[in-house]
Design a protein around this ligand. Structure first.
Ligand SMILES: [Zn+2]
Length: 281
């Protein structure tokens, strides 16, 4: 099979044929504190492994996968040594440059495959800005949306607070990279005190800004103590199924009647950057 990893091809391979029906996937992780039991690069490792698995499970789709972006917006963990965070304007600028390059290559569909909850709100903004500035069809995909970003509450043992280094994430790492997990250092760290509020909290009327240190001193928010590789395998299988179904729709999705506008935006973008070769249909 022709490689789905764009970096393994030559430039002429890309420009030599029409790629307007391709789905370009940019996996995005983070480099941040995950407590004493998980590595700093957890989010990047997980999203990179999922992207590779999707290439196998979605072989009928014309996916093109970019190298995983191993840094993200991790300001909620910068208090902890080891965290490396891009600023929000930096990350937006990186994604804008990436989208500009993709548009010049004739790509129309860009998927941001996000492995870090702290990136989510910014990536929603990036999808809209790239859509408007470069005319690309943009999509934001998550293997699993955490409760603080509108996802399901998850395991009742974590009472809706399993958002960072907890049961699900630790289990997935035990499945994918058990050599990097130290379960002897895993400790439950669930902010029960938030239960005392009716309106303020994750998924409630009044959201709040937070640093992980505000929620739990260890920086872990959840309960990893019952994590297992079997549970991680289930999570990965579920994620691959839902991501694959979403990608199949993304491959054919379009806004009816909007192609002419896309072409105008794209031509402006190409001429202002001095680029050539943009295709819109
Ligand atoms: Zn994480």
């Amino acid at each position: 099979m022709t490689s789905r990893f764009l970096g393994e091809h030559s430039g002429p391979w890309l420009s030599g044929s029409d790629r307007s029906s391709a789905v370009l996937v940019q996996p995005i992780g983070a480099f941040e504190h995950h407590g004493p039991h998980l590595p700093l690069q957890t989010d990047a490792i997980v999203v990179d492994e999922l992207a590779r698995a999707l290439v196998e499970s979605c072989s009928a789709l014309e996916l093109m996968v970019l190298p995983t972006l191993s840094y993200g917006l991790s300001s909620e963990h910068v208090w902890a040594p080891g965290t490396v965070s891009l600023g929000p304007t930096t990350l937006i600028a990186v994604l804008d440059d990436l989208a500009s390059s993709a548009a010049r290559a004739g790509i129309r569909r860009l998927v941001l495959l996000n492995g870090h909850g702290g990136n989510t709100h910014l990536l929603r903004v990036a999808c809209r800005e790239i859509r408007v500035r470069h005319g690309l069809l943009t999509f934001l995909l998550h293997p699993a949306l955490p409760p603080d970003n509108g996802g399901e509450v998850g395991d009742p043992r974590e009472r809706g607070f399993g958002i960072h280094g907890g049961l699900a994430e630790t289990s997935v790492m035990l499945h994918l990279r058990p050599d990097l997990v130290d379960m002897g250092k895993a400790e439950a760290s669930v902010p029960d005190w938030l239960d005392g509020f009716e309106h303020v909290g994750f998924g409630r009327a009044a959201e709040f800004g937070w640093s992980s240190q505000d929620l739990c001193a260890s920086g872990v928010v959840g309960d990893p103590t019952c994590a297992s590789a079997d549970l991680g395998r289930e999570h990965v299988a579920h994620a691959l199924t839902s991501l694959g179904s979403a990608l199949a729709e993304i491959a054919v999705f379009d806004f009816p009647g909007r192609k002419a506008l896309d072409g105008g935006v794209a031509e402006q973008a190409a001429s202002s950057s001095g680029a050539a070769g943009w295709r819109t249909s």
